[in-house]
Design a protein around this ligand. Structure first.
Ligand code: PHE
Length: 335
């Protein structure tokens, strides 16, 4: 009879597929109303000597059943884990998604280099609006309405009095109105002129420079600009000043440096002259200082302005200014 129970259990166990079913089986045999429990209870109806023999047999089967269930439980738990591992498998060997790196725009590289050099020489950085009043862009700079000098800069008009600034020089006026002399700052930024060909774009960048103090001379201007050109392009580069005209400076000069491409022997870029024009400069006109209320008996100074695109084109030997703004990745990746 006990063998029968044992065989039946073994049959039952074979068909168990899950932990839930295993638990049901456990209840069926070992639970409060289980088959084995019932057998153990019935021991009390036996005589003491029978009880010893039968009790031992039942206990053996109980142990057997407990062992079988324990090992089946281990097996089922392991199978469950394997299934989980299979279901939640992530293939970490797949290649990741490619993200390309950006790089600094060549104009920003050059702009930051220029700013760094002037900061080292003690200049502050000043900014002003790109949409500007005619007054700051022209009038305060000694360029009255209908003055022929306005033709030098093709202006975008927003209204009678409001324009897109044609140069960074209006920042001179705003900067001087904001503070008392001495002043020493540069003003980098975007400027706009109605012009477009391989060396002109309607928007481009300038860096303005201004220094006002007592006893500033043309030598100070020369010293600063020669030092700048040497730091930017190399100690060996020759620099020359040519007389020129700007309404807001007197005397005015155009500053050339020796052609960095042909080393002065003459090439297409320098139009066979051996020189490249890179700056406009001069001693600030007293009329400009008067417009901002500075005492012209006591203070004077110099100003200069340069185009960043031109410097970047020379530095990287770029022959078409429009490349800067087309955003062609093949161009931009080269810097
Ligand atoms: N503002 C002038 C221009 O854009 C450059 C300049 C600046 C010249 C300061 C002299 C002094 O052409």
């Amino acid at each position: 009879m006990f063998e029968e129970i044992r065989d039946r259990f073994s049959e039952d166990l074979k068909s168990v597929q899950s932990l839930q079913e295993l638990n049901n089986l456990k209840v069926k045999y070992l639970g409060k109303k289980g088959i084995i429990t019932a057998q153990l209870k019935s021991l009390s109806t036996l005589s003491p000597s029978e009880r010893q023999v039968v009790g031992k047999l039942i206990n053996n089967i109980k142990l057997f059943i407990e062992n079988e269930i324990a090992s089946k439980e281990l097996f089922l738990k392991d199978a469950e884990l394997q299934n989980l591992l299979k279901a939640e498998y992530i293939d970490i060997t797949l290649p990741g998604k490619y993200t390309s790196y950006g790089s600094e725009h060549p104009l920003n590289i050059v702009l930051n280099e220029v700013i760094d050099i002037f900061i080292r020489m003690g200049f502050n950085v000043e900014e002003g609006p790109e949409v500007e009043l005619d007054y700051y862009n022209f009038e305060a700079l000694n360029i009255p309405k209908d003055h022929p000098a306005r033709d030098m800069q093709d202006t975008f008009y927003i209204s009678e009095d409001i324009i897109l600034r044609t140069h960074t020089s209006p920042v001179q006026i705003r900067g001087m109105l904001k503070r008392k002399p001495p002043v020493r700052f540069i003003a980098p930024g975007k400027v706009y002129r109605c012009d477009a060909d391989i060396s002109h774009t309607p928007m481009f960048h300038q860096v303005e420079g201004l220094m006002i103090d007592e006893n500033i001379t043309f030598s100070n201007l020369k010293g600063i600009l020669v030092a700048f050109i040497h730091m930017m392009f190399g100690e060996e580069i020759p620099v020359r000043f040519r007389p020129s005209f700007f309404p807001f400076t007197e005397p005015s000069a155009e500053v050339d440096m020796g052609c960095i491409l042909c080393k002065g022997t003459g090439c297409r870029v320098c139009k066979q002259s051996g020189w490249l024009e890179i700056l406009g400069a001069g001693m600030v006109h007293p009329a400009v200082l008067e417009n901002v209320g500075y005492d012209t008996e006591k203070y004077n100074g110099f100003a200069f302005g340069m185009g960043i695109e031109r410097i970047a084109m020379l530095k990287y030997q770029i022959d078409d200014i429009r490349l800067f703004f087309e955003n062609d990745i093949r161009f931009l990746r080269q810097f």
